[in-house]
Design a binder for this molecule. Structure first.
Ligand SMILES: Nc1ncnc2c1ncn2[C@@H]1O[C@H](COS(=O)(=O)NC(=O)[C@@H](N)CS)[C@@H](O)[C@H]1O
Ligand SMILES: [Mg+2]
Ligand SMILES: [Zn+2]
Length: 465
C-alpha cells in the first residue's frame, strides 16, 4: 500500500495516539489514548522481563570522556549524539551527551558493582528515552529523534558460553513478547558491517509493514568482552584470579507500537490485541423510546460486573447515534463491543461484536465473562495468524539476482537465496538488487547466487525503513 504512510499518519492523529505538532523534529507527544496503549504494551514486556531481570534507572547525561572510551562504539554513534554544553549561563568544562543508548552510562558503574563470580550473572533493564540525531527521514514511532520507549536490557556473565546462552534467552523473550502482540518476525544474524557498534554480533527481529518494507523491531547483541576491557569490568573467579566479564544487551523501542498499529490495522482503523487495547470491551446502550432508564441501568450493572471481573470496560452513554459510537470504537481498535437494548433485557442476553472479523454473537448475560474471555483469546489467535500468513506470503526465494531485483521492484517483501557471506560480494549484491542484506540464517548448502563460491548460509534481503 503506497498510501500506507498516509494511513499510518492519519490513524496516529485520528486515534489520538501521538500529537506530531511538537516544534522539535522527530519528537512527539503521547496523548492519553496512545499513552494507555503504550502502558499496556510495556506491562506485557515488563511482566516477562521481571521474571529474571532487575529494573533500574540510570542518568540521561553521559560525560564526553566516558562516551569516547569505546572507539568503535563511539564511531557508530558520533554523528547521532546530542550534546549539552551549558549549565545555565555557565559553560561546562566537559560536554555531556544525551544517551543514544546506555552502555557508556551503565558500564562504568558495572565496574564498581561486579566483584566476585558469585555476583554473576546480573541482568538489568530500563525503559527510558534515548536521543539520536537521525539524519535519515524521520517518521513518527518508526524513526524518531527522541526514542521515548527505549527498553534496553544489559546482562553480565562469567563465561562466553553463558553470554551465548543469554543471547538465546533474549531471543526467546522477544519471541514471547512479539507473539503476545501478534506481530510476525524474521530472525536473522546481521552482517558484520551492520552489527551494533562494539558488539561481536547482532541478532535482529524484522517484521514487514503493509507497504512491503521491513522494520527492525528488536535487536540482541553479544558484546563479548570488548566493553569489559574498555571499562575494566572484572570478577574474581573461584581460583581467585581476576577475569573480564562477558556481556550482552538487547533493545526495542516505540517501533513495537508502530508495528502493532501497522500490522493489524485496516481501513476501519486500529485493530488491537485485547491486552494492548485501551479497553477490552465497550458497552453501547441501544436506546429505545420509553425504555431508556431500564437499558441504562442494565448497562451500568454490567459495567460494574465486568470491572470487578477484571475487564477494562467502558460504558459509552454519550448522547450520540449508535452508529457514530460504533465507528469511533472500531477506529480505536477496541476488540469487543456489547450492545444492549430492551429486547436483550427481556431475553437476558446481549449482542457482542468482534472488531477483527465484524462477527456478531448473541451471548447469555449469565455467562458473559467467559464468553468475552474466549472471544479475546480467539481475537489474538486470529490477528496473529493473519499477520503471519501475510508476512510469510511476502518472503520469497530467488534463483537469480535478476529475479530477486524483479520481485523487490514489483512486490517489495523479503527475498532469500544462498550467499557466500563475503562482504565484498554482499555489497555487490546490495548494489545490483538495490536492497539491504537484512542478515543470514546459518545452515543449508549450495553456491552463492552472486559469485558462485561455496555458500553455507541463506541470506535475506529487503527494502527497509
Ligand atoms: N531512531 C529510532 N527510532 C525508533 N526506534 C529506533 C531508532 N533507532 C533504533 N531503534 C530501535 O531500537 C532498537 C535498539 O537499538 S540498537 O541500536 O539496535 N541497540 C542498542 O541500542 C543496544 N544498546 C541494545 S539495548 C533497534 O533494534 C530499533 O528497533
Ligand atoms: Mg540508527
Ligand atoms: Zn558470493
Amino acid at each position: 500500500m503506497t498510501e500506507f504512510s498516509e494511513w499510518f499518519h492519519n490513524i496516529l492523529e485520528e486515534a489520538e495516539i501521538i500529537d506530531q505538532r511538537y516544534p522539535v523534529k522527530g519528537m512527539h507527544v503521547w496523548m492519553p489514548h496512545g499513552f494507555r496503549i503504550r502502558k499496556n504494551t510495556l506491562k506485557i514486556l515488563k511482566d516477562i522481563l521481571d521474571r529474571d531481570h532487575e529494573e533500574v534507572l540510570f542518568p540521561l547525561l553521559v560525560p564526553e570522556d566516558e562516551l569516547a572510551k569505546e572507539s568503535i562504539h563511539v564511531k557508530g554513534f558520533e554523528d547521532e549524539v546530542y550534546w549539552v554544553t551549558h549549565g545555565g549561563l555557565t559553560r561546562l568544562q566537559r560536554k555531556l551527551a544525551l544517551r543514544p543508548t546506555s552502555e557508556t552510562v551503565m558500564y562504568p558503574m558495572f565496574a564498581l558493582w561486579v566483584r566476585s563470580h558469585s555476583d554473576l550473572p546480573m541482568r538489568f533493564y530500563q525503559v527510558v528515552n534515548t536521543f539520536r540525531y537521525e539524519t535519515k527521514h524521520t517518521r513518527p514511532l518508526i524513526r524518531v529523534r527522541e526514542i521515548t520507549t527505549f527498553k534496553e536490557a544489559h546482562t553480565i556473565h562469567s563465561s562466553a558460553a553463558e553470554a551465548e546462552e543469554q543471547v538465546e534467552r533474549a531471543i526467546e523473550i522477544y519471541r514471547e513478547f512479539f507473539d503476545a502482540l501478534g506481530i510476525p518476525y524474521l530472525i536473522t544474524k546481521r552482517p558484520p558491517w551492520d552489527k551494533f557498534p562494539g558488539s561481536d554480533y547482532t541478532m535482529a527481529f524484522d517484521t514487514i509493514m503493509p507497504d512491503g518494507k521491513t522494520l527492525q523491531i528488536g535487536t540482541v547483541h553479544n558484546l563479548g568482552q570488548t566493553f569489559a576491557r574498555t571499562f575494566d569490568i572484572k570478577f574474581e573467579n573461584p581460583d581467585g584470579e581476576h577475569e573480564y566479564v562477558h556481556q550482552t544487551c538487547y533493545g526495542l523501542s516505540d517501533r513495537v507500537i508502530a508495528s502493532v498499529i501497522a500490522v493489524h490495522g485496516d481501513e476501519s482503523g486500529l485493530c488491537l490485541p485485547p491486552e494492548v487495547a485501551s479497553y477490552h470491551v465497550v458497552i453501547v446502550p441501544v436506546i429505545f423510546r420509553g425504555a431508556e432508564e431500564e437499558v441504562l441501568d442494565a448497562c451500568r450493572g454490567l459495567m460494574e460486573r465486568l470491572e470487578s471481573a477484571g475487564f477494562r470496560a467502558h460504558l459509552d452513554d454519550r448522547d450520540l447515534r449508535a452508529g457514530r459510537k460504533y465507528y469511533e470504537w472500531e477506529m480505536r481498535g477496541v476488540p469487543l463491543r456489547i450492545e444492549i437494548g430492551p429486547r436483550d433485557l427481556k431475553n437476558n442476553s446481549a449482542v457482542i461484536s468482534r472488531r477483527d472479523t465484524g462477527e456478531k454473537t448473541t451471548a447469555d448475560l449469565e455467562s458473559i465473562e467467559d464468553t468475552l474471555r474466549e472471544l479475546m483469546d480467539d481475537i489474538l489467535e486470529n490477528i496473529r495468524k493473519r499477520a503471519w500468513e501475510r508476512m510469510n506470503s511476502m518472503i520469497r526465494e530467488a534463483e537469480t539476482l535478476e529475479e530477486a531485483a524483479e520481485i523487490i521492484e514489483e512486490k517489495r517483501g523479503i527475498i532469500s537465496f544462498m550467499w557466500c557471506g563475503d562482504e565484498e560480494c554482499g555489497k555487490d549484491i546490495e548494489e545490483k538488487v538495490r536492497v539491504d542484506i537484512l542478515g543470514i540464517q546459518e545452515g543449508g548448502t549450495g553456491t552463492c547466487i552472486n559469485c558462485g563460491r561455496e555458500a553455507e548460509h541463506r541470506a535475506f534481503l529487503a527494502r527497509t525503513y
